[in-house]
Design a protein around this ligand. Structure first.
Ligand SMILES: Nc1ncnc2c1ncn2[C@@H]1O[C@H](COP(=O)(O)OP(=O)(O)O)[C@@H](O)[C@H]1O
Ligand SMILES: [Mg+2]
Length: 295
């Protein structure tokens, strides 16, 4: 039988050593993090990053040590939402040091490595095909996992890009993922795509922590009253139909996007608003899941 190094020569055995070393490094970093949680939807623009940033703040305020990987390599938003956009990344003997966002949350985003203008990320590679770009993107996420000095953390969130495909790669890199938080808005267009993502996660036997209904109602900017935006109940029904927990409804609240645009957690100023309370209730449910010892 031919070994890989016989075919590829000395370079081949070097590659094998490098890959083995990297996987070992990734595992020893991940072993220091108690719970790894992916936030996904399938659909873009439904609030995955807003939920990741705000839920991280809720949990950090409760005393948990939290980190976030922005796995949306092409459309990074986490650095901006956590107030670390433009913060230069430094290195230590242990690896790349993550940026420290509000509430002490550790952040690694492509945004910290790109120029601060509107330059889009492009990959030089074999003909820059779509497949090559996908490989390069997951390579970047792998490095965020293996080469960043995360230290000991209670929770690491992985904020995924739209599309269900990336989940496959994540589960290969983090087989002991605690679970997935799904985000949808109450529109049939979004729910349809999210259901496909739910099926994919179930097929890979990963627990679903639950489904968040984002932008389920509207908070009036002048009077603060909460008004319905869509007919009530469709997301709850969908969660029941897919047999996954419903984690709660977050209103469309302009103070959320305003705070995130400024790189702040709106919870700091607006603790008593119904959207802050909604996030805190969802935070409780996530803690209950993690304390349930399912993983
Ligand atoms: N509940 C909400 N209320 C107000 N603005 C929101 C809410 N959820 C998300 N947003 C805003 O909507 C925009 C898109 O959300 P984002 O989290 O970037 O979506 P995704 O990550 O799913 O693509 C962002 O500007 C975000 O701040
Ligand atoms: Mg996003």
């Amino acid at each position: 039988m031919k070994r890989y190094s016989d075919i590829a020569g000395d370079g081949g055995s070097n590659i094998v050593v490098q890959v083995t070393e990297r996987m070992g490094r990734l595992k020893s970093r991940m072993d220091k993090i108690t719970h790894k949680i992916a936030v996904m939807s399938g659909k873009g623009g439904v609030g995955k990053s807003a939920v990741t940033a705000t839920l991280s703040a809720v949990l950090a305020m409760r005393g948990y040590r939290v980190g976030i990987i922005d796995a949306d390599i092409n459309g990074p938003s986490i650095a901006k939402m956590l107030g670390v956009r433009g913060r230069a990344i430094t290195t230590s003997e242990d690896g790349i040091l993550p940026a420290i966002g509000h509430h002490g949350i550790k952040v690694m985003s492509m945004d910290n490595l790109l120029p601060l203008d509107e330059t889009a990320l492009t990959w030089d590679g074999p003909s820059s095909t779509h497949a090559w770009a996908g490989t390069a993107e997951i390579g970047a996420v792998r490095e965020f996992l293996s080469d960043v000095s995360w230290g000991e953390l209670d929770i690491l969130f992985i904020d995924l890009p739209p599309g269900p495909n990336r989940f496959n790669d994540i589960i290969n890199l983090i087989p002991d993922l605690a679970g997935v938080i799904m985000v949808t808005i109450p529109s049939e267009v979004s729910e349809l795509v999210v259901m496909k993502s739910v099926s994919m996660v179930k097929e890979l036997n990963t627990p679903i922590i639950g489904l968040i209904e984002n932008m389920g109602s509207y908070i009036c900017m002048s009077c603060g009253a909460e008004e319905p935006l869509f007919p009530d109940g469709s997301v709850k029904d969908m969660a029941a139909y897919m047999n996954i927990p419903y984690l709660g409804k977050i209103p469309f609240d302009p103070s959320i996007s305003r705070a995130l645009d400024k790189g702040q957690a709106f919870l700091t100023e607006d603790k008593d608003s119904s959207s802050a309370k909604a996030f805190m209730k969802i935070g409780e449910r996530v803690i209950e899941f993690l304390d349930g010892g399912r993983r």
